[in-house]
Design a protein around this ligand. Structure first.
Ligand code: C5P
Length: 300
């Protein structure tokens, strides 16, 4: 049997970050939004006692370890051990989501493996049971299992889905190089005096429900942006270029360094991407829509 899962990248439309907790994490209030840039996870049944084997390919596979340190491999082991089954599977991940870019690419791969092995191993666990395992792997993994749009609290693992009544059009400006999430959180703690409990701006949920781009734009904000800019000052020119080129709003995505811009519509997004490609110091641009959801395909 072969199971393939297309699993989307995520952006944070709003990301509010509280002070550091005793366990080293930060409480968040965020609007997660999955967008149409996908990694493809393929899981083949081997059932021969050879364990979890992973191969990686695609535009962002270079330099990634395919060993036990890879979150995709850890996801297969975590699910097998939670379900009490043998962790035998051959995994292939085709990486189109940039790595360490604030787009939860690694979390997407882990989520794809959970969804794929759930079928491959005949578990048929419901999503809430999968998200429990997902939360042991990383703060963004539960949302990556769900996709769509959701409010996130706790360290990001407590989720409340939001039903978005339309499509939003985004441009991702993918920067050269990576930013380490723990490093960006550390810098945030250094540069911020006092942080209160994180709260979402009023109106953002209603704006998302209506897929009302100008209203969504008015709420977009990211507390981690100042820290990402302090580590990577060139992102300021990308944000300025996007705003000057007609984006309704532009922010750093998650811990960066990708910048995400909201466009009024599809043609607006295409035009914005063209200007950004020519004028911003970024590696590439991606025109995407949201919300997107993971899809699972089974072939015997
Ligand atoms: O959960 P995840 O493994 O993705 O987190 C990576 C690191 O990011 C954590 O070790 C922590 O330093 C930081 N983090 C945080 N608060 C969160 C999520 C992540 O401080 N809510």
């Amino acid at each position: 049997m072969r199971v393939t899962v297309r699993v989307p990248a995520k952006i944070n439309v709003v990301l509010r970050v509280g002070p550091p907790r005793a366990d080293g994490f930060h409480d968040l209030a965020t609007v997660f939004h999955a967008v149409s840039l996908f990694d493809d996870v393929t899981a083949d049944d081997v059932a021969d006692g050879t364990g979890v084997r992973l191969t990686l390919d695609g535009p962002y596979a270079r330099g990634l370890a395919a060993d036990e340190s890879n979150l995709a491999v850890r996801a297969a082991h975590a699910l097998a051990s939670a379900a009490g089954v043998a962790a035998d599977v051959r995994l292939r991940v085709h990486k189109s989501i940039p790595v360490a870019a604030g787009l939860a690419g690694g979390s997407a791969d882990a989520a794809g493996v959970l969804l794929a092995c759930n079928r491959l191993w005949g578990l048929h666990w419901p999503v809430p049971r999968l998200t429990e395992v997902a939360a042991t792997l990383g703060s963004d993994v539960p949302f990556s299992v769900l996709g769509g749009t959701a409010l996130g609290t706790g360290r990001g693992e407590r989720l409340e889905p939001v039903r978005v009544g339309g499509e939003l059009h985004w441009v991702l400006a993918v920067a050269d190089g990576e930013l380490s999430t723990p490093e960006v959180y550390r810098r945030l703690d250094e540069i911020r005096a006092d942080a209160g409990p994180p709260e979402l701006p009023s109106g953002v949920v209603a704006a998302m429900e209506r897929a009302d781009a100008p209203a969504v734009a008015a709420s977009m904000a990211n507390d981690m942006e100042a820290a990402a800019l302090s580590l990577r000052p060139s992102l300021r020119s990308t944000l300025d270029a996007g705003r000057a080129a007609g984006a309704l709003a532009g922010i750093v995505s998650g811990s960066g360094p990708t910048c995400v811009f909201l466009a009024p519509d599809g043609p607006g997004a295409a035009a914005l991407a063209q200007v950004l490609s020519a004028s911003a110091p970024c590696r590439t641009t991606e025109v995407v829509t949201g919300p997107a959801v993971p899809t699972v395909h089974v072939a015997s």
